[in-house]
Design a protein around this ligand. Structure first.
Ligand code: AMP
Ligand code: ZN
Length: 141
């Protein structure tokens, strides 16, 4: 398993730095975020180092297990913390708000009467421009 000696999440995931762990298995550690968006905000860290989803994309099975675990943690936030729902968020690149360059998934519980949070303001795009945008993405796949 690849590790990066300068990566704080490698150290946390592998137990070299203590954390408020909510789940651990051979591949992952799930911890409480130090700057939580809400009570119970959890981060899922793979124990192996990958900077972002692009470095994980070949390992579809591991990615699948990571997102399945996000669902399991969200379900536990609903049961254990009485959350009404939860966001699953995963940031890639500084422009997207990524600050720690070790792949991780945020699972953010949301509570009745709390802030209803989405990560964007809905915008709009003309149909022609939308079609061109879709073509640009299709051509790059
Ligand atoms: P991102 O912006 O997606 O890279 O998320 C990084 C997250 O890691 C932020 O929500 C931080 O609050 C959180 N964080 C940074 N350092 C630690 C740490 N040592 N333990 C727990 N969470 C951390
Ligand atoms: Zn790392």
């Amino acid at each position: 398993m690849k590790k990066d000696d300068n990566c704080i999440f490698c150290k946390i995931a592998n137990g070299e730095i203590p954390s408020a762990t909510v789940y651990e298995d051979e591949e992952f550690r799930a911890i409480l975020d130090l700057g939580p968006a809400s009570v119970g905000h959890t981060l899922i860290l793979p124990k192996g180092h990958a900077a972002d989803i692009l470095e994980m994309k070949e390992d579809t099975a591991l990615l699948g297990r990571a997102f399945a675990l996000a669902g399991k943690i969200g379900e536990a936030q609903k049961k254990g913390l009485k959350a009404a729902g939860f966001n699953v968020v995963q940031n890639n690149g500084t422009a997207a708000g990524q600050t720690v360059f070790h792949f991780h998934i945020h699972v953010i519980p949301r509570y009745e009467g709390g802030e209803e949070m989405v990560a964007w303001k809905p915008g709009s795009q003309e149909e022609d421009a939308r079609n061109k945008t879709a073509e640009a993405i299709r051509a790059a796949l």
